[in-house]
Design a protein around this ligand. Structure first.
Ligand code: HAM
Length: 425
């Protein structure tokens, strides 16, 4: 093997390193918290599955399946794929573990990496992080509204407000096939280029999402699904909107919305942030009432979302906001001698056992270096211990904001530091 002088992460795959990683964790945790508040249980899934699961679940004609999958053969030649999204895997696990035979809806959340071989650019990575929820087995418009409201609440808990919720209905089994035909007929009557005509034949809805002005103009009067919903799909959609109104979740109806995954039915939505440029989708989801049956399970309905953690971090930045606690620790220990250091190590352990975040100056860098490290850590207080203090049974508690220092009994350090931190809040 040739020796390389340095390695870098694969192209388009981000690392999350301190201090920026604190922002990532804060965003992910806030979105997860919103799901947990609504009773969703954690599901942890493999990062790769049989390729056929995604081909069947997400749809062969989607870009995700046809162009963006990380697919490999294992040592036996079986084809596996790094998960490009979470919903198909959740369905597979729900069926495999018979969760659908228990109480419904099955409410699950997940957080983790997904893989799409896209052209990397700002806000578009080949490994992306999502927080997702899936609610399976009950087709109740109130549940659609709950799922959407969780995402809205998660974003707002972070302080985000420069986003909008776009929503539509993609219809159901009774109205979508007819609408598809109607749209196809309309599109094939237009002077579209060959490639677009081909798309109109395979997946006519996608043509409505074409961003080119000339195609936009040609399709301006195209029939829209929302105008051709069946009575029950229309009633369902109206009820979802009614619940969103009652919950005070603002939305705009976007009847031309097209999602990149094939499984959607009825309620479909996207959260769009204007501060992100081209990659403006910070989350999306919808109903997928045929997916479970498609994957060999019972014909149960489902609804969920995937929120992009990376893009939410960028959206916060674009709004000049931060969700992370800038402090790495509450207290920083500064030993002024070897005996002091030995003692401070145990004091730190006691403080940690009491739930106080503590770091120490290691490596004998001298007082100046240690105080600098204390400042950098973001700690509120330094615990300064000299060998002479040790003889007196005392330790210095220094407020790093004001510079004030007072002596406290070393064997009461835990309660004194707790009180000082509480008083500071
Ligand atoms: P999706 O819209 O494909 O939906 O992805 C959800 C979110 O993941 C997007 O809104 C975006 O924020 C983020 N995302 C997607 N691709 C990238 C990328 N290359 N780089 C950075 N962020 C990205 C789904 O994946 C569905 N499974 C959501 C769902 C769950 N629908 C129902 N249940």
């Amino acid at each position: 093997m040739t020796k390389t002088s340095s390695f870098t992460a694969p192209k388009g795959i981000p690392d999350y390193v301190p201090p920026a990683s604190a922002e990532f964790v804060a965003v992910r945790d806030a979105l997860v918290r919103a799901a947990r508040l609504a009773g969703y249980g954690h599901i942890e899934l493999p990062v790769f599955e049989e390729t056929a699961l995604f081909a069947r679940g997400v749809g062969e004609s989607t870009d995700v399946v046809s162009k963006e999958m990380w697919t490999f053969a294992d040592r036996n030649g079986q084809s596996f794929t790094l998960r490009p999204e979470g919903t198909a895997g959740v369905m597979r696990a729900v069926i495999q573990h018979s969760l659908d035979r228990g109480q419904l809806p099955v409410k699950l959340y997940y957080a983790g990496p997904f893989f799409r071989y896209e052209r990397p650019q700002a806000g578009r990575y080949r490994q992306l992080q999502q927080v997702g929820v899936e609610a399976i087995g009950v087709d109740d418009p109130a549940l659609d509204a709950e799922v959407i409201a969780i995402a809205d609440a998660g974003f707002r808990a972070l302080g985000l407000n420069g986003f909008r919720l776009e929503i539509t209905s993609l219809g159901d089994d009774t109205c979508r096939p007819q609408y598809r035909e109607l749209l196809q007929e309309f599109l094939l009557g237009l002077p579209l280029d060959e490639e677009t005509q081909r798309r109109a034949r395979i997946n006519p809805l996608r043509v409505l999402d074409d961003k080119r002005p000339e195609v936009r103009e040609l399709t301006a009067d195209a029939p829209l699904m929302l105008d051709h919903l069946s009575g029950s799909a229309k009633a369902h959609f109206d009820q979802v909107l009614g619940y969103l109104d009652a919950l005070g979740v603002p939305y705009v109806i976007n009847p031309r919305m097209v999602r990149g995954l094939d499984y959607y039915t009825k309620t479909t939505f996207e959260f769009v942030h204007d501060g992100l440029g081209a990659q403006s989708g910070i989350g999306g989801g919808g109903r997928y009432d045929g997916l479970m049956a498609e994957l060999g399970g019972q014909p149960l309905s489902g609804i969920g979302f995937g929120l992009g953690v990376d893009r939410t971090v960028l959206a916060l930045q674009a709004e000049g906001k931060s969700a992370a606690d800038p402090a790495r620790v509450d207290v920083f220990g500064v030993p002024l001698g070897d005996a002091a250091k030995a003692r401070l190590v145990t004091v730190a352990a006691q403080l940690r056992a009491a739930g106080i975040r503590v770091d120490l100056a290691y490596g004998g860098r001298g007082v100046k270096g240690a105080m600098k490290a204390a400042d950098r850590s973001g700690a509120k207080f330094a615990l300064v211990l000299g060998d002479r203090d040790l003889a007196d049974g005392e330790i210095g508690l220094k407020d790093l904001a004001t510079g004030e220092q007072r002596q406290i009994p070393i064997d009461r350090a835990v309660s004194a530091v707790s009180d000082a931190l509480a008083a500071d809040r």
